[in-house]
Every structure is written in structure tokens, then in C-alpha cells.
Design a protein around this ligand. Structure first.
Ligand SMILES: Nc1ncnc2c1ncn2[C@@H]1O[C@H](COP(=O)(O)OP(=O)(O)OP(=O)(O)O)[C@@H](O)[C@H]1O
Ligand SMILES: [Mg+2]
Length: 342
């Protein structure tokens, strides 16, 4: 597949969980594409559905509604619809090989009773890769992620957090995925180790031609690593744009607010800039607003926003926004001329 072609398509993905008698809408109508070779960032406040989205893409969860299409083939649908789409066990296994996930907490995602060797080789055995050469391949992977060969015989508790995340990366790469979903891969790590892991991911992505979904609430890291960024709020997509464009020209009021909270290293700029403080808390996804999910916190919201969910519209090439009142926001927010982002 050529770089830039559509690798994954998410069509109207909904994920509802039952909470007592009510429905918790963790994802509510997500439409997105992931292009081959890109790093797609997913940002948003805690609880907005980032991890759930990663889990639906990787088939850890079935969606309640909607479809995940991978290279033109339907690959994840609600369980009850699987038969209808004639997804075979072989296709499912192939898909799981092609889409791997790296989780936030490397300790809980490694089996404490497995040595690094066993953790890494197991996937190769399941997918029958490198028969007769798995030991060599394991050593090559250890080298690739910057671990010594002696790491092979050690157990997870004998490593530091950063080293454990390197093992998880080696394990994910051992079965040669095409898409790597990194769910907050650095949040549990010490600040000094975070940049090492980010740089490792970038270099591996370049070297292996991977496509990456990078889930994070650290907007500075997302700016550094991602080609495109998706801003989520309460299970819906608010804005999608190329990374440069999003940080230079955020259009949704929620994106503006998020970016205005990112610290800037220059004290002069920091002093002058306009911080947006949102009113109230993020509502519970059990009682999410019916119309625009952001309407309870948006100063521009009116009756239309409460009633009707705005469509995700392309306002300039590749820049999509879901808002009824973009014109008004633009007029008001640029008036002072003091709005500065990162
Ligand atoms: N298995 C589950 N059962 C019930 N509710 C769930 C389940 N998984 C997630 N949720 C709920 O779905 C919503 C979205 O959760 P999710 O973990 O996707 O958020 P997130 O954006 O990854 O948050 P964070 O930044 O804190 O990791 C939350 O309200 C969460 O409580
Ligand atoms: Mg999460």
C-alpha cells in the first residue's frame, strides 16, 4: 500500500456500555480515516473515549454500531453482524497481527511469569513467523529497541518502566504489524525517559514504514510527533487537521481552549497570551447532551446546538470541524488579537 492511501476507515463508530439501566456513550458516531504511513494523534480530556477508540480499531472491543474497514475490507463490526460480513477466523487473526497496541502501563501488559524471550517469541509462534529463526529475530528486536541481549532471560519486575515499555514495543513489532496503536505510551514514565521512548517510536516508524495512532493528552508531544491530529470530546470528534494547521489555526472553541492551556517556554509570550477557561466540568457520558456534546460548556451555544449535532464539515482542505457557529467564534476570538497558541 502506498503512503497516503486510506488504510483504515471508521464509519459511524458507536460504543455504548451498560451502566445499570442507562447507556454510557463512550463513542457516539465517529467517522475518521487513517492514512498509510501517517502518525495520527488523538487528543482530548480524560474520559472522552480515546482508549475505547483504540480498542475498537484493534478489535479488543466490538463496536455497538458502525464498521472498521481495513484496506477496503470490513474488519470489525458489532458481534451480531459478524456472520453477515462473513469474517473468517483466518481474516480475524490476520487483522490482529496487522494491528498492534502499546498500552500506557507496560507493567500490567507484560506477564510477570514470562521472561522477555518468552514474551517476544510467543507472538511469532502464534502467527508462525520466523520458524527456526525466532531466537535471532528476538535478539534483533531487542537491539532495535535499545535493550541488551541479556534482557532476554530477565522477568518484567527486573526492569525499569522505560525498559519495560521497550519490551512491549519489541513484542508488538515481533509480529510485523502495519498499524501500531500507542495508547498513552509515555504517560506512566519518568519525564527523562519519555523523550527516549518518543524518539524510539519515531525512528522505528520511519525505519519500518509503520502507520501509527498516538493517543495522548500531552499536546506538546502530539505536536512534535503527529502528522494529523483528532480532537475528541465526550465520545465525538470536534476537529481534525494537519498538526501544523491545528496548532496554528485552531477553529473549534474547545480546541482553542485546550491549546491555550499548553505552557509556552517563552515568558514574554506566556504573559501576553489569552487563556480560555471553560466553565464547568465535562458532563457524564451517561447523560451526554443530545445535540452538540460540547454545548453545556460553550459560550457560543444556543438552542440549535442543544437540539442538533453539528456535522463534521471540511472547512479547508483536510481541516474538519464540528460546530454550528464557526463564523461567530472567529469574529469574537480574533478581536483582541492576543490569542497565541503553542
Ligand atoms: N469497559 C467499560 N465499561 C464501562 N464503561 C467504560 C468501559 N471502558 C471505558 N468506559 C467509559 O467510557 C468512557 C471513555 O473511556 P476511555 O477509557 O475511552 O477514555 P480516555 O479518553 O481514554 O480517558 P483517559 O485519558 O483517562 O485514558 C469513560 O467514561 C469510561 O468510564
Ligand atoms: Mg485512556
Amino acid at each position: 500500500m502506498k503512503t497516503g492511501e486510506v488504510l483504515v476507515e471508521l464509519n459511524d463508530i458507536c460504543e455504548y456500555f451498560s451502566v445499570g439501566k442507562k447507556k454510557l456513550k463512550a463513542l457516539d458516531g465517529i467517522n475518521l480515516v487513517i492514512h498509510s504511513g501517517e502518525v495520527l494523534g488523538i487528543v482530548g480530556e480524560s474520559g472522552c473515549g480515546k482508549s475505547t477508540l483504540g480498542r475498537v480499531i484493534s478489535r479488543i472491543y466490538h463496536p455497538t454500531k458502525g464498521q472498521v474497514v481495513y484496506k477496503g475490507m470490513v474488519s470489525n463490526v458489532p458481534r451480531r453482524e459478524e456472520k453477515e460480513h462473513r469474517l473468517t477466523e483466518k481474516q480475524k487473526k490476520e487483522y490482529c497481527k496487522n494491528v498492534q497496541v502499546i498500552f500506557q502501563d507496560p507493567y500490567s501488559s507484560l506477564n510477570p511469569r514470562h521472561t522477555t524471550r518468552k514474551s517476544i517469541i510467543r507472538g511469532m509462534e502464534v502467527h508462525n513467523l520466523y520458524p527456526g529463526h525466532q531466537e535471532e529475530r528476538m535478539k534483533e528486536l531487542l537491539q532495535m529497541v535499545g535493550l541488551p541481549e541479556s534482557a532476554a532471560d530477565r522477568y518484567p519486575h527486573e526492569f525499569s518502566g522505560g525498559q519495560r515499555q521497550r519490551i512491549c514495543i519489541a513484542r508488538a513489532l515481533s509480529i510485523e504489524p502495519e498499524l501500531l496503536i500507542c495508547d498513552e505510551p509515555i504517560s506512566a514514565l519518568d519525564v527523562s525517559i519519555q523523550s527516549q521512548i518518543v524518539n524510539l517510536l519515531i525512528s522505528l516508524k520511519e525505519r519500518l514504514g509503520l502507520t501509527m495512532v498516538f493517543i495522548s493528552h500531552d499536546l506538546s508531544v502530539v505536536k512534535y510527533i503527529c502528522d494529523r491530529v483528532v480532537v475528541m470530546y465526550l465520545g465525538t470528534v470536534m476537529e481534525v487537521a494537519d498538526s501544523q494547521e491545528l496548532y496554528r489555526n485552531p477553529l473549534h472553541f474547545y480546541t482553542k481552549a485546550l491549546l491555550s492551556a499548553v505552557p509556552i517556554a517563552d515568558p514574554e509570550v506566556e504573559k501576553k497570551r489569552h487563556r480560555i477557561l471553560l466553565n464547568g466540568d465535562i458532563p457524564s457520558p451517561v447523560d451526554a447532551p443530545k445535540g452538540c456534546t460540547f454545548c453545556s460548556r460553550c459560550p457560543y451555544a444556543d438552542a440549535l446546538c442543544e437540539k442538533e449535532r453539528p456535522a463534521l464539515k471540511e472547512v479547508s482542505p483536510g481541516h474538519l470541524v464540528s460546530c454550528h457557529h464557526l463564523d461567530r467564534i472567529e469574529k469574537e476570538e480574533t478581536k483582541e488579537g492576543a490569542y497565541v497558541t503553542v
